[in-house]
Design a protein around this ligand. Sequence first.
Ligand code: FER
Length: 393
Amino acid sequence: MNRSIILTVTFMLSGVLFSAQTSDKQAPQGFDVENPTISHGKIDTVQYVSKTVGTTRKALIYTAPGFKKGNKYPVLYLLHGIGGDEKEWFNQGKPNVILDNLYAQGKLQPMIVVLPNGRAMKNDRATGNIMAPDKVEAFTTFEKDLLNDLIPFVEKKYPVKKDRESRALAGLSMGGGQTQNFAFGNIDKFAWLGAFSSAPNTKEPDKLLPNPQDALKLKLIFISCGDADGLMPFSKRTSDYLKKNKIPHIFYIEPGGHDFKVWKNDLYIFSQLLFKPVNKSQFSNFTVLGTPEATNIRNTQYPKILPDGRVMFKIKAPEAQKVQIDLEKKDALKKESDSFWIGTTDPQSGSFHYYSLLIDGVAVADPSSETFYGMGRYASGIDIPFEGDDFML
Ligand code: FER
């Protein structure tokens, strides 16, 4: 069993519920703190002519410590969100600090990171109504600017490798949607994809990938989202589609909402995978929290199936004296706070299971699950993936 899960459960039962960094699949403390004793990469602002927009546009470029013009580097294009511009990652995400620290530990393949402005329009500042239709549309137009203007500029001015396997695209929120739309749509141009907390601009899966097998050409598909982020459906529906079509990918669910705490952690995890041999059989070990069950309703986080088939429950029952889960056998939940009861079952076999809650000995259906007729009455249901079903691939 994997250590991160044991730690997570231990923390859950001790009532800390994911507030601490419990997992070796999350960035350790200090990962984003500048260390004056190590070498630092360099950040430059560049300007390029955009035929797409008809203006000169800005981007930031971070080169690794020890960068030499005589070498050739792979490139990560890293995109911002709806309220940002080319400086958003630099100002709020400290990518240079995170990556400097990783280089110092020998954990990164040397690369160039380009931080573009993904709002491809004449006034590309994040001012006024950032949700105005023309500003949102400009995030779509950026596909042309990126492919026809920015990438050729970078490849002319910097010593970079120009093959698709040396080109990665990643981004947060609107930039996560752009990443999915542009990388799945241009698999001949990109081989590495990191979509963090993707926004509603993400195309629907069958439009993203009408021929899902095409995605097998990508070296890495990394889709991540905070467990408390309301935009989770835009990550989950792509992951579900990939899973249904047996396309190996990482669906990395981490504690948190829609903010830079999550995105810095994403960069920390994702960047270490880039431009290295990939072991797709390890992908299912990547999630921190397991995946919310498909039969959940109202987008609740529980019950949650862990990779080994155990099921985590969290139930609100402030008045109850005793709460049990009847799933193959009865398991008592522990009172975690004034209102909530929590617990984890033994590993379940891969199949559909009926279960019910016993509140002070009375069987009720779980209000956070769809209700099925089973056990001779209305009960809740949960579908545990069978072995070989490549859970969370
Ligand atoms: C929306 C909700 C969120 C939306 C965009 C976002 C265009 C983007 C958020 C972000 O980039 O942080 O409805 O519509």
